[in-house]
Write a protein that binds this ligand. Structure first.
Ligand SMILES: Cc1cc2nc3c(=O)[nH]c(=O)nc-3n(C[C@H](O)[C@H](O)[C@H](O)COP(=O)(O)OP(=O)(O)OC[C@H]3O[C@@H](n4cnc5c(N)ncnc54)[C@H](O)[C@@H]3O)c2cc1C
Length: 272
């Protein structure tokens, strides 16, 4: 059996999502984006644990599907906490960027957003960051996306990018969530799946029965990957896997065991 690829995202190698020194994220050799303020212009609850915050940067920037930003909070005593958040919106969506943030009960930064942050607030952020976990515009696919929980966020940007470009590149998104109500972007994803234009959604619920006929009710495994990839008709040219450390390790190994070459698999780990 082959090993999980050592391919790592800049987020994984240089930004474990923790407080750190400047220069924490970004591709090696990448010029760091300067910090700037961004105003929260809209807040939308996505699931009981995930809320989307829409930011209008004071200096708008272009980005690519799959990239992230760093957010920095500063306490009155000067203490700073910094975390990375993937961009959920499509690059075509305009200057306002969507960050979908999951609340970790014992976390430092995510509870701030859920309990304190409000429309009109200004937050420090910088970006775009990340040079590896990006879907290239000239990629002709097929594309395999595998997300666990909030790990679907950068994949959502890719899915929205495909829709905005009216691309017909065959895509399968395998999205693992604990229960139906925790499927982030659920209605939008099912709506895109229903179009039947080459985007396929495979939901797998780990703590509930599947609700749709072709969905699953278990953790991702080799058989699920084989059957999901069959919807692409050809082997994927690229596979993006994102989520917690444990999810990414298990999903990447399942892909390799399903015959996907390690060099087409790109991973992004959110930490714990
Ligand atoms: C590139 C990238 C993109 C990301 N995108 C997203 C996204 O789109 N949406 C999203 O919700 N998250 C995303 N994350 C994760 C995000 O950066 C944060 O890690 C997450 O929000 C948790 O931050 P927090 O401050 O709330 O929790 P933290 O304070 O960082 O705590 C996180 C967990 O670690 C535990 N912990 C903290 N310190 C220790 C310790 N010393 N020992 C043991 N356990 C400890 C805590 O108990 C908690 O369960 C991304 C991460 C990366 C690297």
């Amino acid at each position: 059996m082959s090993e999980v690829p050592s391919v790592q995202s800049p987020g994984q190698t240089e930004s474990p999502g923790q407080t750190g020194s400047p220069g924490q994220t970004g591709a090696p050799g990448q010029t760091q984006s300067p910090w700037q303020t961004a105003r929260i212009v809209r807040v939308e609850k996505r699931t009981p644990r995930v809320t989307s915050f829409f930011f209008e940067p004071s200096r708008p920037f272009a980005y690519r599907a799959g990239q992230h930003v760093d957010v920095r909070l500063t306490a009155p005593d000067g203490y700073q906490a910094r975390r990375a958040y993937s961009i959920a919106s499509a690059p075509e969506a305009g200057p306002v960027i969507e960050l979908a943030i999951e609340r970790l009960e014992d976390g430092e930064v995510s509870p701030f957003f859920h309990e304190v942050a409000a429309v009109g607030d200004e937050i420090e952020l910088r970006g775009p960051l990340g040079g590896h976990f990006i879907w290239p515009d000239d990629d002709e696919g097929p594309l395999l996306l595998v997300g666990g929980g909030s790990g679907v966020v950068p994949l959502m940007s890719m899915v929205r990018h495909r829709a905005a470009r009216r691309s017909t590149v065959p895509v399968v998104l395998v999205f693992s969530a604990r229960v139906w109500d925790e499927v982030i972007f659920r209605d939008e994803l099912i709506g895109l799946d229903d179009r039947g234009n080459g985007f396929n959604l495979v939901l797998t619920l780990t703590r509930e029965a599947a609700r749709r006929p072709a969905d699953y009710s278990r953790r991702v495994d080799v058989a699920m990957m084989v059957r999901s990839m069959a919807r692409l008709r050809r082997p994927p040219g690229l596979a993006f896997v994102c989520g917690s450390n444990a999810f990414v390790s298990a999903a990447a190994q399942a892909l390799i065991d399903a015959g996907v070459p390690a060099d087409v698999i790109r991973t992004e780990r959110y930490g714990v």
